[in-house]
Write a protein that binds this ligand. Sequence first.
Ligand SMILES: C[S@@+](CC[C@H](N)C(=O)[O-])C[C@H]1O[C@@H](n2cnc3c(N)ncnc32)[C@H](O)[C@@H]1O
Length: 396
Amino acid sequence: MEIEVVKFDNLGRGIGYLDNKIIFIPKTVPGDLVKVKIIKNKKNFLIGKITEIIKPSKLRIKAICPLFNTCGGCDLMHISLSEALDYKLNKVNDILKKNKIDYKVLKIVKSKPYNYRYKITLKIQDGIIGYYESNTHQVVPCSYCYLAKEEINQIIPALKKLNILNGEVTIRVNSKGEILLIINSLDKIANISNLIHDFAIVGIIQNAKCLYGEEYFMENIESYLFKISYNSFFQVNEEICAKLFDLIKDNTLFSHNILDLYCGVGSLSIATNKEAKVLGVEIIPNAIKDANFNKKVNKRDNAEFICANTSDVINKITSQYDTIILDPPRNGVSKEVLTKIKEEKISQIIYVSCDANTLGRDLNYLLDTYEIKEFILLDMFPNTEHVESFCVLNLK
Ligand SMILES: C[S@@+](CC[C@H](N)C(=O)[O-])C[C@H]1O[C@@H](n2cnc3c(N)ncnc32)[C@H](O)[C@@H]1O
């Protein structure tokens, strides 16, 4: 059937209507006239797959990646970078409006569009290595990912030699080009020595056990040095990570006592005003070991890091914090934690978020007590629908 795409949804998919029922069609653009096949028929919506573009939208450009139409890794490679930036601003403003927040975000910080990712995870199915196809668990073979750093792309074709039949491989690289390979698979790994000989691999980890080298690498961002273990979180886009550090520093110049919840390897704590005391809280033990190392190597004696669940720690707050940094995973911050922050009347909240939907929900809850001072988007993930938000709130 033929569908005219009228707008984008908040996941970067085109929206059309079929007999008054909404249909979401990945990889389409407003203005497209497309033939689609229905791949999901739910009570309130349909999901379609393009079978033919009858008339392309004026906004449509040719995606640089030949896999774009099938691969689920990218959503917005078929529009220009400036259209994608507008899409992200509109998406976040739309989410704020849905959450009854009267604020318009105007600024988005650009990133280079390709070869920016320092980490990718590839699926392996019956020996085929690649990404899942959109809306399926079927692997699309991929030997070059336009989002990934070149050092990652160089090693992808060689992964076949490991003889993994099923599982997944995460490839992490630092700015020196050193590689950590993290394998989740029950298969016996072959030919490691060839790979080590041919590439700058510093560690290979399979099912949380180190097969070769180290379980971490070091990363230099601006003047900072970080130890990052294989399972510790770190921002995937170096250029934008440096911008984030600058924003953190600029917004903590007058802070004296900072609480950094969801602190990972302590990078945002360490990027704050050097004179301020910081307490970082993180749930992954390796990340806290990294943070304690990073504190020493970056000479932040006034930083302390504890391994705990944020929800357990928040009720034991005794210190008078003037700034709290929240950088939670996609599901955002729990109501219990937000309630405690409101009760404590902490003067400034810096909320860093990779999911605008949960950020919108959390802001809606905070804005009876706080007001938005600054809201900037960071294009951490070009060519995808995702965007990083940096939001500063002041106590009213
Ligand atoms: C988006 S990352 C941010 C890390 C760090 N701020 C950075 O910029 O590198 C979120 C972090 O929260 C941690 N985390 C997830 N749930 C948590 C919880 N309930 N309590 C504490 N930390 C948690 C994750 O392990 C991860 O390191």
